[in-house]
Design a binder for this molecule. Structure first.
Ligand SMILES: CC(C)(COP(=O)(O)OP(=O)(O)OC[C@H]1O[C@@H](n2cnc3c(N)ncnc32)[C@H](O)[C@@H]1OP(=O)(O)O)[C@@H](O)C(=O)NCCC(=O)NCCS
Length: 227
């Protein structure tokens, strides 16, 4: 299992997962909204993003056996209604790969990128009817503000969360990763982060002694694992 920065070649797979997860997770949304956020829409959105890529934004992909199974995206916070410098804007993993270390590893990758780019405290938004909100609260995110996101003319309520204690969030994520990958993984993770704690280029590897799965995350495009 690998987490790395996305490349242009990943756009197709990212768009597919993006559209799929919206339909699968956001069944509470009007049909017109889900139909509009289809693969074609996402593809043009992500292509545009690659063309105007900002240094303080990052798109990460998760790979299992060299196949992309999830992605996450973070950027500066652009909503003045919520107090935070950076935003964890998207996190989507295919259902078969949920419920293990992938979610916590993605949040940790974004958190470290944001720390390295002075984008803390971080914020995130979740649709009011998305049950994942419970997890965010458990992880120490504080519900701060509500807003309606208008998509295709439909107002969809969402809740904005802030994390004011980045250290505590980091510790909780490490604990979860330890639960899934074991003590060895955690030690390696910590060492890697300490070696390069505040730079956008870093590499993180967590090895599970139980099943020999490996997670690697790199923030430097030139050092990516081959697809
Ligand atoms: C968000 C996401 C990337 C997190 O990754 P993950 O691998 O599921 O992370 P975890 O396994 O650690 O799950 C986090 C917790 O949320 C819970 N959870 C996940 N999806 C849930 C759902 N639909 N309903 C209720 N609880 C859910 C898990 O049970 C877990 O709780 P636990 O730690 O008490 O067992 C992944 O769940 C996902 O892709 N969800 C669909 C899209 C989505 O909602 N994205 C977030 C947009 S704000």
């Amino acid at each position: 299992m690998t987490i790395r920065l996305a490349k242009k070649d990943d756009v197709s797979k990212v768009s597919q997962i993006h559209a799929f997860c919206w339909r699968e997770t956001y069944s509470f949304m009007p049909r017109t909204v889900l139909q509009s956020r289809n693969r074609k829409f996402r593809k043009s959105q992500w292509i545009k993003w690659f063309e105007s890529q900002a240094k303080d934004e990052a798109l990460f992909v998760v790979e299992a056996d060299h196949v992309v199974v999830g992605f996450c995206f973070c950027c500066p916070n652009r909503d003045e209604a919520i107090q935070g410098r950076g935003e964890m804007h998207a996190a989507y993993v295919l259902p078969d790969f949920r419920g293990r270390e992938v979610g916590p590893m993605m949040m940790m990758a974004m958190l470290d990128f944001m720390i390295g780019h002075e984008l803390t405290p971080p914020v995130l938004w979740a649709f009011r009817d998305n049950p994942i909100r419970l997890w965010y609260a458990q992880m120490g995110w504080r519900a701060e503000v509500r807003r309606d996101r208008v998509i295709e003319g439909c107002a969809i309520p969402e809740v904005g969360y802030v994390c004011t204690d980045v250290g505590a969030l980091h510790a909780r994520l490490r604990k979860l990763i330890r639960r899934y990958c074991g003590e060895t993984a955690l030690t390696q993770t910590r060492q890697r982060f300490q070696r390069n704690p505040h730079q956008s280029s870093f590499r993180l590897t967590a090895v599970s002694p139980d099943n020999s799965r490996t997670m690697t995350e790199t923030g430097r495009q030139t050092r990516l694992d081959p697809l």
